[in-house]
Ligand binder design. Structure first.
Ligand code: GTP
Ligand code: MG
Length: 136
């Protein structure tokens, strides 16, 4: 079955929302295959966010992702890549739909980067690439 990489980003961990986010994932019926607390170094984040290198939010994004631990989750299930992104909601937490993780728990804090609580891989190729970066 399909797998995806989910991250509870530093804002989600710091705000104590890991359990609430995991509860939604489990209630949906996806399977936790592996889970770990990670404090990524810059090199790991440069690999993970390679597609965003050079964008205005890239440096603030890396700084934010180094500001505290994230929870990395290897998640499995039929169509889990699309399904988790649906649970997460759209990137901007202000416009993310209520009922989604970002829509219910996130908002715009006026910072240089959107602190939107979670990451989810956006394709099978991304998932395979990102799972190799976060899980050895
Ligand atoms: P991820 O699941 O985290 O990859 O989110 P995404 O796929 O919805 O967004 P994307 O991959 O385009 O961007 C990665 C991360 O960069 C986002 O989750 C935000 O934290 C941040 N980001 C993306 N676009 C913007 C933007 O236009 N402005 C700001 N300030 N931050 C952004
Ligand atoms: Mg993305």
């Amino acid at each position: 079955t399909e797998q995806t990489l989910v991250l509870v980003k530093p804002d989600g961990v710091a705000r104590g929302l890991t359990g609430a986010i995991l509860a939604r994932i489990e209630a949906k019926g996806y399977s936790l295959v592996d889970i770990r607390l990670v404090e990524p170094d810059r090199e790991r984040l440069e690999q993970h966010y390679a597609e965003h290198a050079g964008k205005p939010f890239y440096e603030p994004l890396l700084e934010f992702m180094m500001s505290g631990p994230s929870v990395a989750i290897r998640l499995a299930g039929n169509r889990v890549i699309e399904g988790f992104r649906s649970l997460a909601g759209t990137t901007d937490p202000t416009s993310a739909a209520p009922g989604t993780i970002r829509g219910d728990f996130g908002r715009d804090w006026g910072l240089a980067v959107q602190q939107n609580l979670v990451h989810g891989s956006d394709s099978v190729e991304s998932a395979n690439r990102e799972l190799a970066i976060w899980f050895d």
